[in-house]
Structure formats: C-alpha cells, structure tokens
Design a protein around this ligand. Sequence first.
Ligand SMILES: NC(=O)c1ccc[n+]([C@@H]2O[C@H](COP(=O)([O-])OP(=O)(O)OC[C@H]3O[C@@H](n4cnc5c(N)ncnc54)[C@H](OP(=O)(O)O)[C@@H]3O)[C@@H](O)[C@H]2O)c1
Length: 436
Amino acid sequence: MTSLGEAVLDGAEATDLLTEDTPSRYVAAHLHRDDVSLFDGDADRDVSRSIRVGEVPMPELAPDEVLVAVMASAINYNTIWSAMFQPIPTFRFLEDLGKQGGWNGRHDQPHHVIGSDAAGVIVKTGSAVQSRSVGDRVVIAAVWLDGQDPAAQADGVLATSQRAWGFETNFGGLAHFAVVKASQCVPKPPHLSWEEAACNSLCLMTAYRMLVSPRAVQMKQGDVVLVWGATGGLGAYAVQLIRSGGGIAVGVVGSARKASALEKLGCDVIIRRDEIEADQPSEMEGARRIGKAIRREVGEDPHIVVDYTGCDTFGKSVFLCRRGGAVVTCGSSTGYSHNYDNRYLWMRLKRIVGSHGANAQECWEATRLLSLGRIVPTLSRVYPLAQVGEAARHVQSNEHIGKVGVLCLAPHEGMGIEDHDMRDRIGEDRLRVFRE
Ligand SMILES: NC(=O)c1ccc[n+]([C@@H]2O[C@H](COP(=O)([O-])OP(=O)(O)OC[C@H]3O[C@@H](n4cnc5c(N)ncnc54)[C@H](OP(=O)(O)O)[C@@H]3O)[C@@H](O)[C@H]2O)c1
C-alpha cells in the first residue's frame, strides 16, 4: 500500500492529500504485450490466465487529467474482449493513440491497465483542471475525449478523439490508481458504498443513451421494450430505465436463476430462452414463440428491441420489433456479423439504431437517477483485486447476474456510505436486489 493510498483510506483532508507524493509505481490489473499469443490454438480463451495483477509505473499527469485513488471497480465485457485479445489485441488501440504523440504517447506501453469503471477519491489534479478538486468523491464515466474536438461540443461520443477509457486507452480502473480526464468525473451518489457506486457507470450510462436519449430511440410512456440478456450488465439497467420511464419491460433470460432475479427487479414480462432453445427450434420458429409469448402477455409487439448480443439474436430482434419500431444496438457479444431478413425491416418501416457510450450530459443525468434512488446498483458479487481474473472469468462464463464488483483500495465492502437516511428511504432490499 502506498502512503497516498493509506492517506485516502484514513480519510485525509484535501490539504493533507496535496502534501502526499505521487507514488512512482502502483498495483494494477493489466495485460502484457508478451501474452497476446497466449491462446493461440486454444478453444477456451480463459481470461483468468491472461489478466495479471502487479505493479506498473505511474504515468505523469497531463494538464487536463486527474489521478483517482480507486476504492472499487467492476468487470465490464470490454475487459473480457481485452483479456481474450479479441477481436484484436487492445495493444493496437494503445499503439494508435501513442502515435499521436504528446501526452497521448504515454498510452503505448508493454502493459495495458484495463477496466472501464471506478469509484474513488481525486488525489491529484493536472494544471488545467478547474472544475474538479482534490478530495472529490467521484465515479468515472468511460467516455474519454479531447474536449477541444469541435464535434464534442455537439455530442461527445461523435468526437473522433472519443475512446473507451481502460479499453482503448491505458491507465484503467481495475487498479489502486487511475488516470482519467477531469471531464470523466461525476459526483458519487452519497448513499452508495464504494463497490455499489463503482459498478454502474459504463452499463447504466450506455443503456440510458440507448433508451432515453433523443439521439437514440427515446422511449415514451407505454412503449413495450424487449431486452435480451435482461439480467446482464446492460440489461438490468435497461429494465430499470424502462420501468422508471413508464415503459413495459419484456426481459429475456437464459436460466431459472436469472428469471427469479429478474422478477425481483420488477420486470413486467419474463421469457426463458433456455426453455425455448431446449426444443432446438429454427431461428424463425424461436422468434415466433417469443413473439407469441409477448402478445399473450402484453397484447402487442415491442416498440423497441434492445440488442447487444448480436449474431445469435439480431435476426429475431428485427423480426419481433413492431411496424415502425426500432432495434437499438451497442454490441455483439455472440458475434459481430449479423444476419437478418431485410424484408421485415423495409416493408414494416423499422429502424436499426447504433449507440455507443453516452455524452457527458447523459452520463450526469444517468448518475442523477442513481442519486435519486430511481435506479439501483445491480451488483451481485464482489472480489478483491488479487482475484480479478476469477471475477472476469465468472462474467466470461455468463454465470454472473448484473454486475460483478472488484475492491481496489477499499479493504472491505460497505465503506464510503455518507447518506444513510437516503439508504433507509430506498431500502436495503432494493439496494441489494441482486446480491448473492
Ligand atoms: N457500445 C457500448 O458503449 C457498450 C457498453 C457496454 C457494453 N457493451 C457491449 O454490450 C455487450 C453486453 O454487455 P454486458 O455488460 O451487458 O454483458 P453481460 O453482462 O455479459 O450480459 C450479456 C447478456 O447476454 C445474454 N446472452 C448471452 N448469450 C446469449 C445468446 N446466445 N442469446 C441471447 N442472449 C444471450 C446473457 O443473458 P442470458 O444468458 O440470461 O440470456 C447475458 O446476461 C458486450 O458485447 C459489451 O461489449 C457496449
């Protein structure tokens, strides 16, 4: 443990944190360039083999950056992609960023510190940072960009400089310290513990833009919304956003255990894909069975289908969506080449909408819903940083429910809660809805 880390854990004031030296090395979950061929010839790219935990050098802080002492982080699917070195090794992203030179040159290292979520305390600020201060308790939005990029003024995720922090950039969140742009810092909801606060941002913010933003499908009251993987990272926030916005949530899950978790989340209609798949129907027959179940329960077809599973589901999504409806997508866990019958799209005037991350305003608004208690964390399990490989493997094997957290500097769960009254108002049962 570094002296700076210890000072944060002791609750040091900002003035004391400012007197602490920045450590020259820190503990981080990382991939190593030497390992990119580790899985050659292996059918199972077991990410617990490629993720290392150990010391890496501390980078110098750029003027628009802050150094965050990370109390907790979480596993995202992009960490699984990185650690499988698929579809391409993420070192390629770091090389490209490094070629830009200047401060971006720091990102091209033989190690890649991974992780796109974090909650912690700002301990150092770059010379140009005005809006954030040492001592601020923050959660980190993964959208990394150059604020001087003109497109960023219209919509941050349209900026060509935009990257996913900890995936397309170095110095990510699964570590004792993280280097982020000041613009990525959003105030931590005070009623949440560090691990509860750290698990939401990437998935909640992405789901918020997909469903709520006028730049994606902007769900309205009464819309029927079909969500694949409804207890997954994105899915469980999508279900909550649909319910909170007056929509009717139809969630698809792959097991009885996940169906019972989804029931606790208040999902209106629950469909078990494992039961349908047990009969090995053709793709269209499987889709028709889901469609019939939705009509039986709600009387209508979905206005919106939320799809991030990709290859295995996309044809069904395009079919199931109602005339004039939209399929919104932000990922392809089961494969990125999608097949669908285009007749269902054009003849029935449907739309496919691509969405990615969220802009800064959307990130703040999504986090505000957490602070108000309208959305709750979907944390199911928490691992220490030393076991981050097992945590990631749990997600890679699709055994997880909701989010899997990782304690970084925080020595145990339950730390960091400031607003106990708010917690009482929301209720522990809701706040721990997916806890195992
Ligand atoms: N573009 C962005 O900004 C962005 C942000 C976040 C995530 N993503 C991407 O979105 C994808 C999902 O991320 P996540 O965090 O939600 O992952 P996740 O927690 O693993 O959830 C994915 C869900 O997909 C379901 N699933 C798996 N195989 C399936 C199949 N063959 N058919 C139907 N459903 C299947 C699983 O549910 P059941 O087994 O219960 O059906 C699982 O819960 C990833 O590819 C990730 O990279 C993109």
